[in-house]
Design a protein around this ligand. Structure first.
Ligand SMILES: NC(=O)c1ccc[n+]([C@@H]2O[C@H](COP(=O)([O-])OP(=O)(O)OC[C@H]3O[C@@H](n4cnc5c(N)ncnc54)[C@H](O)[C@@H]3O)[C@@H](O)[C@H]2O)c1
Ligand SMILES: [Zn+2]
Length: 376
């Protein structure tokens, strides 16, 4: 078993363990007994995960004598809403779950964010244990204490910081995860290597085939490596010094691509393309060493991620989406950049993000558009 301790921070006032082990689901009852003993448990999950893992988890809990009620909602980001929050909390109330109950969030990031927010608000807060079942949830969404739902005007606009009592990541659950989702999660792992650890980045490159084939030992090592890196940035950000922003590498353009395609483009795909383009912009600005974008391209391709703008998206669409980003601070779009594989590029005054002119982004987008014709 490998365990990473997430220490207390401003956003997460209590620390907790991320437990990573193949077949760790079996140990869920003992983890619950240790960190979240409760009268009854609400097993919150989505329709896909319920079909694959619901019975097994309920069986494990029942065998250990724990009382649990499974409540599931239809899978999909479009259901990460206040409506679903209301449905889930109403169902918990109907079932008579009290203040002495605990939420188990079994699923991908949608379940984690939604169930975490349910736990944060149910009777002013009941404990939650996160059991992430997608690679993205294991290495990204379940660490850092952010929970919440989407609103019509944007994603994740209503929520709370609410740390779990523990995170239990079992790579065995990734066996049923669609390959597109596994590959999408790998984009974030590659990002972690790109911003913090060149050796980890190279290791993903070398291990690509085995990771994609579901090798349990390597997947556990991947989750460990990525959680360790994400936890480091979250911990450094104690005083809101902005370190956490480094995790947004590839995401400024990535989010613009998602918006420009009305969220048809998978988040992981968008971030992969975003990292290459942002690295290229950093090269042109002499913020990043030459060849950084090419090295990113190689590794992203190796795991089956796209690295060029889909032909159906024009540079104009992307620029428009990037400049209307609500997160663009006071109208200025900011970018988290790297100076080379394994290192974040910090500004002269230590800033974690950079302002880049739209002309530079246009240049990078057009250069990319002219050089390749994407099959996507
Ligand atoms: N809280 C945070 O800090 C944070 C960070 C990053 C992302 N997020 C959020 O996470 C969400 C994305 O997470 P995601 O990519 O896991 O999406 P998701 O939860 O929608 O899961 C992707 C798909 O895989 C299915 N699935 C999950 N695990 C499975 C399994 N083991 N077997 C079969 N199918 C499985 C789901 O039902 C879904 O259809 C977004 O809403 C995003 O905002 C949150
Ligand atoms: Zn992301």
């Amino acid at each position: 078993v490998s365990t990473i301790r997430i220490s207390a921070s401003d956003s997460e006032p209590t620390g907790y363990d991320v437990i990573i082990e193949s077949d760790a689901l079996k140990t869920l009852p003992s983890v619950l007994a240790r960190v979240a003993p409760a009268h009854r448990y609400a097993l919150l999950t989505d329709s896909n995960v319920a079909a694959h893992w619901g019975e097994a988890v309920l069986g494990t809990l029942a065998a250990a004598g724990l009382a649990a009620e499974q409540i599931s909602f239809e899978a999909g980001e479009r259901n990460k809403t206040r409506d679903t929050w209301a449905t889930l909390t109403d169902r918990m109330l109907e079932l008579g779950l009290g203040r002495d109950s605990c939420v188990i969030a079994l699923g991908g990031g949608v379940v984690g964010d939604l169930a975490g927010f349910v736990a944060a608000t149910y009777m002013r807060g009941v404990p939650v244990v996160q059991v992430p079942t997608s690679l993205l949830a294991m290495i990204d969404a379940s660490v850092g204490g952010k929970t919440g739902v989407d609103a019509p005007s944007g994603k994740n606009l209503v929520g709370a910081f609410y740390p779990p009592r523990a995170v239990l990541a079992d790579p065995l659950t990734l066996r049923t995860l669609p390959q597109l989702e596994l590959i999408g999660g790998l984009a974030e792992a590659i990002k972690h290597g790109a911003i913090a650890d060149a050796a980890y980045f190279d290791w993903i490159d070398e291990s690509a085939d085995a990771l994609l084939a579901g090798d349990q030992e390597l997947l556990a090592a991947l989750v460990h490596g990525s959680v360790f890196i994400k936890a480091g940035f979250v911990a450094v950000d104690l005083h809101e010094n902005g370190a956490r922003a480094a995790l947004n590498f590839g995401h400024t353009i990535g989010h613009a691509l998602e918006r420009a395609t009305d969220y048809e483009l998978h988040h992981g795909h968008a971030v992969a393309i975003g990292m290459v383009l942002e690295a290229r912009a950093a090269e042109l600005r002499e913020i990043a060493r030459q060849g950084t974008a090419d090295r990113l391209r190689q590794v992203l391709r190796r795991v089956g991620l796209p690295t060029i703008l889909p032909a159906r998206i024009s540079p104009d669409d992307v620029i428009r989406a990037a400049t209307t980003d609500k997160k663009a601070r006071a109208g200025q779009t900011r970018y988290a950049l790297i100076s080379q594989i394994g290192a974040v590029a910090r500004g002269a005054a230590g800033e974690w993000t950079w302002q880049l002119p739209p002309e530079l982004i246009r240049q990078v987008l057009e250069e990319d558009h002219d050089a390749y014709t994407s099959p996507l």
